[in-house]
Design a protein around this ligand. Structure first.
Ligand code: ADP
Length: 166
């Protein structure tokens, strides 16, 4: 389970549109467990994202600027190909509730089928993040609600900029 350097590299893939405190919780847990964790943002997942991929990259880099073992990157195509290229041995995914399980299980088994040596590790966030999703944050924000308790300050600042743009 280790790379040629003998260190354990994990990839945490997702759209992170936007990054929430739930994602941050999982990333910090992963950073404690693995030598290095790459937050890997998928290009082209959604047609009209709240934030562009470049903005999402910038936000995550800002949030983890003081975490030297957290890296933020963009990938396209198959996750297993990206993980192989990076020399990662683990895929990290967050599990909030039973409702996440079915889709996550399907994906994990499909990924295992394509890359048997790559292990998917599910991590549970702190309880207060179990109801939190990027989709819900987007909905609350679109309806004028306060989402500052759910996302890092770097996201709040950019949401403010979106609002003033109209
Ligand atoms: P995706 O489109 O791949 O689901 P997301 O950015 O929504 O991308 O989520 C990335 C990963 O983070 C997924 O494994 C998802 O289950 C997990 N996740 C999302 N929100 C939370 C949360 N509040 N707590 C823990 N894990 C979460």
């Amino acid at each position: 389970m280790s790379t040629s350097h003998g260190s354990l590299l994990a990839v945490y893939p997702g759209s992170f549109d936007p990054l929430t405190n739930g994602h941050v919780d999982i990333i910090l847990r992963g950073a404690r467990l693995f030598d290095r964790i790459v937050v890997a943002m998928l290009r082209n997942l959604e047609k009209s994202p709240l934030f562009s991929l470049e903005e999402r990259l910038e936000i995550a880099r800002e949030v983890f600027a003081d975490q030297p073992t957290v890296e933020v990157d963009i990938f396209e195509g198959l996750l297993v190909d990206y993980a192989r290229r990076r020399g990662a041995s683990v895929i990290v995914r967050g599990l909030r509730a039973v409702s996440d399980f079915e889709y996550e299980l399907q994906m994990a088994l499909m990924n295992r089928h394509m890359a048997p040596a790559l292990e998917t590790v599910f991590m549970m966030p702190g309880e207060s993040y179990t109801y939190l999703s990027s989709r819900l944050v987007k909905e609350v924000f679109a309806l004028g609600g306060d989402v500052s308790g759910f996302v890092p300050p770097a996201v709040v600042a950019r949401l403010g900029a979106l609002q003033t743009k109209g």
